[in-house]
Design a binder for this molecule. Structure first.
Ligand SMILES: Nc1ncnc2c1ncn2[C@@H]1O[C@H](COP(=O)(O)OP(=O)(O)O)[C@@H](O)[C@H]1O
Ligand SMILES: [Mg+2]
Length: 286
């Protein structure tokens, strides 16, 4: 049996992460509802204020890329969106549902751990360093969270896991250990692992920056295919070509604030902020 690939299309299938079809898009200029919404978010590590009032929306089916210099707060913003970090002020909403907080300022924490767990399991994160479990095979890595966290049926999860590994092009690596795989293959396994949670959104933190250019392209191809499939994605990347190719919206973060944002054609084609112009010029020179 041939396993499905990204190119396969099942018109009857409309999972919640799918971006609106072309017909829906032309029929309506309305932006789909947000999966993730951040309002006026402030985040400090001790005395260091890293996010200084950030507003951001990741609408259903859209790809939003975060770009900016190292240290500008991109990873912190992603971690706050995924509730891996507390924040001191502002709101984080998942599909319109605000996180409930208790306390204020440095003493502010989520009030409801069950809410955090539920939301976090709907947002899968892919990290720069893959973060696969070295003591588990690739298949076990992909199956682990759906079985242990979501308590799904292991037989059904295994079938899904094999399908997702096929999808990212490493269906033949199920029984391999992470250390036996190239960086590009490990990152694709990490993407399959994220997909196997069947999340409402995928969050990527510099998914290609630990890879050699050749291996980077394997992962870029998968990310582009996921974008074409209509997944809701929040993508932190240093790869401006990737951001320009896949994004519906690009956010340029500078020193913890949004300096400029808009559609990729505008941001990359005609940046208005001098800081963004400088950032893009530096990238070209690199
Ligand atoms: N756990 C932490 N403790 C203290 N400072 C941190 C921590 N994580 C990040 N920072 C600081 O926050 C700032 C933003 O970091 P980060 O969000 O990682 O930036 P980026 O991803 O854009 O490179 C940097 O100055 C960094 O040193
Ligand atoms: Mg970072």
């Amino acid at each position: 049996m041939r396993h499905p690939t990204f190119l396969d299309c099942n018109p009857g299938d409309d999972p919640p992460y799918l971006r609106p079809t072309c017909t829906e898009r032309t029929a309506s200029t309305l932006t789909p509802p947000p999966v993730i919404e951040i309002r006026d978010l402030h985040k400090s590590y001790g005395a260091l204020e890293v996010l200084k009032g950030v507003d951001m929306i990741a609408p259903r089916g859209h790809v939003v890329s975060l770009i900016g210099s190292s240290g500008s707060g991109k990873s912190t913003l992603l971690r706050c969106a995924n509730l891996l970090e507390d924040s001191q002020q502002g709101d984080v909403l998942f599909e319109g549902e605000p996180i409930r907080w208790r306390g204020t300022g440095a003493d502010r924490h989520p009030a409801d751990r069950a809410q955090v767990t539920r939301i976090r399991t709907n947002l899968s994160m892919v990290f720069q360093q893959f973060n696969l479990w070295s003591h588990m095979t690739i298949l076990q890595n992909v199956m682990e969270a759906p079985v242990t966290v979501l308590k799904r049926n292991p037989v059904e999860v295994e079938a899904k896991a094999r399908e997702y590994l096929d999808k990212v092009g490493i269906g033949d690596k199920c029984d391999a250990w992470p250390a036996m795989l190239s960086g590009g293959q490990q990152q694709r396994a990490a993407i399959a692992r994220a997909l196997c949670m069947e999340p409402r959104a995928l969050l990527f933190d510099e998914p290609t920056s630990a890879l050699d250019p050749e291996l980077e392209q394997e992962v870029v191809k998968v990310i582009k295919a996921l974008a074409d499939e209509g997944r809701t994605m929040l993508l932190v990347t240093h790869d401006m070509k990737l951001a320009a190719d896949v994004s519906d919206h690009v956010v340029f973060l500078h020193l913890g604030k949004i300096e400029e944002q808009g559609p990729p054609e505008a941001l990359f084609g005609a940046p208005s902020s001098t800081r963004l112009q400088k950032f893009l010029r530096a990238g070209q020179a690199a």
